[in-house]
Write a protein that binds this ligand. Structure first.
Ligand code: GLV
Ligand code: GLV
Length: 323
């Protein structure tokens, strides 16, 4: 045995087996309940490797307890739950799961866009509540997706995958990225805009950038005020990018037309959250990557990273601290 590993959630047997072939493991045996902080603080002390979820906050306090930790494998592409600088100071490698969830998350982003534009959830609820009434000319009318302008903020892998879907709908695609990607503009037929212009010109604004404190509330009152009254905001990245209070008011006062949200500042979002009271918001419980195949691919990649680092010192998909 090459050491011990802690897994913060009960994972499918084939994933666990892959790890037990190499290491002694301990696992939090719940599928739907995150490991309590005090348990994590204790378990981290002795282990060489950690396989964790985005629900686990791996901060300085947790890392200070770790005596032997060499690798943290996050079962997600986003890793804002981990203090990567503190990990680097202790020479702990951090890995994530890029690539394997790209298409699945782009699918869900487009699904949310279409659901918000065509009022799919609101319409379904109305039917089930017995409120269909007669077919009427302007009942449940939404916004067109085909031929509209899409603005993507954060042109990473998922953003690029979203462009392919948008092109199938003859959309005009604008993007903003911290570093402009001129070669992608040619290749994908997309146009760079500063955030302000993008917000003014897009019919749909999709947030697909990683969260860091630098983009906290990137979309607030002033930014929402720049959007069209028919504009729709889609967030499948991280809740903290949007000021939810400002979004609530913009939607309530119909400054913008609708929103589709897969992520929230606090997850699970409290059921009495103001945003959940609005008809023009489609809400999902952070399921961007949730297809059976993709979630298994993510778990396999996290496990492979763990085994690779602890046996050979090499990560397959390390997080780049400079990013
Ligand atoms: C999910 O949000 C992920 O970062 O993989
Ligand atoms: C995430 O994988 C991204 O690059 O968008």
């Amino acid at each position: 045995m090459n050491g011990t590993v802690y897994i913060t959630r009960k994972l499918p047997e084939e994933i666990v087996e892959k790890i037990t072939n190499h290491f002694h493991i301990k696992m939090w045996e719940e599928e739907t309940i995150p490991v309590p902080r005090e348990v994590l603080l204790k378990e981290i002390v002795e282990v060489d490797g950690l396989l964790c979820l985005l629900t686990d906050l791996i901060d300085e306090e947790v890392l200070a307890n770790a005596q032997h930790l060499r690798v943290i494998c996050n079962l997600a592409v986003g890793y804002n739950n981990i203090d990567i600088e503190a990990a680097a100071r202790k020479n702990i490698i951090v890995t994530n799961t890029p690539g394997v969830l790209t298409e699945t998350t782009a699918d869900l982003t487009f699904a949310l866009l279409m659901a918000a534009a065509r009022r799919v959830v609101e319409s379904s609820d109305m039917l089930r509540n017995g409120e269909w009434g007669a077919w009427s000319l302007m009942q449940l009318t939404g916004q067109d997706v085909y031929g509209a302008t899409l603005g993507i903020i954060g042109l990473g892998r998922i953003g690029e995958a979203l462009v392919k879907r948008a092109k199938g709908f003859d959309m005009n695609v604008l993007y903003y990225n911290r570093t402009r990607k001129q070669e992608k503009e040619q290749e994908l037929g997309i146009h760079f805009r500063e955030v302000k212009e993008l917000l003014q010109q897009a019919d749909f604004v999709c947030l697909l950038l990683p969260y860091s404190p630098a983009v906290h509330h990137l979309i607030g009152k002033e930014e929402l005020a720049l959007m069209k009254r028919t504009g729709i905001l889609i967030n499948t990245a991280r809740g903290g990018i949007v000021d939810e209070d400002a979004l609530y008011h913009a939607l309530k006062e119909r400054q913008i037309w609708a929103a589709g949200l897969d992520v929230f500042e606090q997850e699970p979002v409290p059921v009495d959250h103001a945003l959940l009271s609005l008809p023009n918001v489609v809400t999902l419980p952070h399921i961007g990557s949730a297809s059976i195949q993709t979630r298994m691919s993510m778990a396999n990649l996290a496990a492979d990273n763990l085994v690779s680092v602890l046996t050979s010192g090499q990560a397959i998909t390390p997080v780049d601290i400079k990013k």
